[in-house]
Design a protein around this ligand. Structure first.
Ligand SMILES: [Zn+2]
Ligand SMILES: [Zn+2]
Length: 314
């Protein structure tokens, strides 16, 4: 037995990780055409004749009357700043392009002069097209009424139908004193800890703050064996998101000696196709640990559980 609960919240491990979700965004006609034509150095808006309004970026439906736009129109590259804000990544502005009735949000490059509300600006195109809104690189001070940039001949507009996206959510997950201590001990000394309920005397693995049956605080960590008994198993053939092993593999519920709860892990070390013959409920199993150099302080430091005696010895 260990000296009770010694790990404080401050000492608990924190997992820093990123949740990544790749997906494609279906742009629709208006946004898809807008993005495509930026690559041709043309800024498209949409025109609603019911409301006599031209908006940019173009919209598939008029925000005033709900009608589909009568047409896409090409807008000039010049406009007037109507609002701006400074951020640590540059200056963002609302720009009323000449002939438009709504503002376009984009970034300003202030290197070529001070810009404020009412300043005349013009578009600067990116050197290489990426089929994104940044093909329109930025807006700069429109000095000396420069002639409009070279516009490509008008014609039927193109369309980018889908835009790939990758949503990245960075977050930190605190293991807390119980899981943190469990993972510390797994990584450093191959010990598996449970928490002892003072009322029912059950040992709960993984250790936790409260007993699931008595609803009382546990408070003391105790060692449990890396040997146990197979209580249930299932052969997994399906692939699904988040899997850490490649099917087929055996999902197992194991009660470690000295504990009262089922630990979910895998049973392996033999041909999975023979699982039904080799495995039986109530049979003893034992942990097969990874090489210490490969241990990361997770329950996967146990590579898998194997039947006792192992198939090699049978
Ligand atoms: Zn309208
Ligand atoms: Zn209890």
């Amino acid at each position: 037995m260990t000296d009770g609960l010694v790990t404080s919240i401050d000492e608990a491990q924190v997992l820093t990780t990123t949740l990544s979700m790749p997906y494609t965004l279906t742009t629709g006609p208006a946004a898809g055409s807008f993005l495509f034509e930026l690559g041709n150095h043309r800024i498209l808006g949409s025109r609603c004749e019911v409301c006599s309004r031209t908006v940019v970026p173009p919209s598939d439906y008029c925000s005033r009357c709900g009608e589909a736009p009568d047409e896409f129109v090409q807008l000039p590259e010049t406009g007037t700043v109507t609002a701006l804000t400074r951020t640590d990544r540059g200056v963002l502005a609302l720009i009323r392009l000449d002939g438009a009735d709504a503002d376009l949000l984009h970034r300003l490059d202030l290197a070529k002069g001070a810009v404020t509300v009412g300043t005349r600006v013009r578009a600067v195109w990116a050197a290489t097209a990426t089929q994104s809104v940044l093909d329109l690189d930025c807006f700069v001070l429109d000095e000396d009424d420069q002639p409009p940039g070279t516009a490509h001949p008008a014609g039927e507009v193109g369309l980018i139908a889908q835009v790939p996206h990758q949503l990245e959510l960075e977050y930190q997950h605190s293991y807390g004193p119980h899981y943190g201590r469990l993972f510390d001990e797994l990584a450093s000394s191959r010990r598996i800890l449970g928490s002892l309920c003072p009322t029912c005397r059950n040992v709960l693995v993984p250790p936790r703050e409260f007993c699931d049956a008595c609803f009382v605080r546990t408070g003391q960590h105790v060692d449990v064996s890396d040997h146990g008994v197979l209580q249930a198993f299932s052969v997994i053939h399906l692939e699904f998101v988040g899997q850490t092993r490649t099917p087929p593999y055996i999902y197992a519920e194991i009660v470690l000696d000295g504990s009262a709860t089922r630990l979910i892990h895998t049973v392996a070390g033999f041909d999975v196709a023979t699982a039904a013959e080799r495995l039986s409920i109530g049979m003893p199993v034992r942990a097969v640990w990874k090489d210490p150099a490969d241990c990361r302080g997770t329950l996967n430091d146990i590579d898998y559980f194997e039947p006792v005696p192992s198939p090699d010895q049978q």
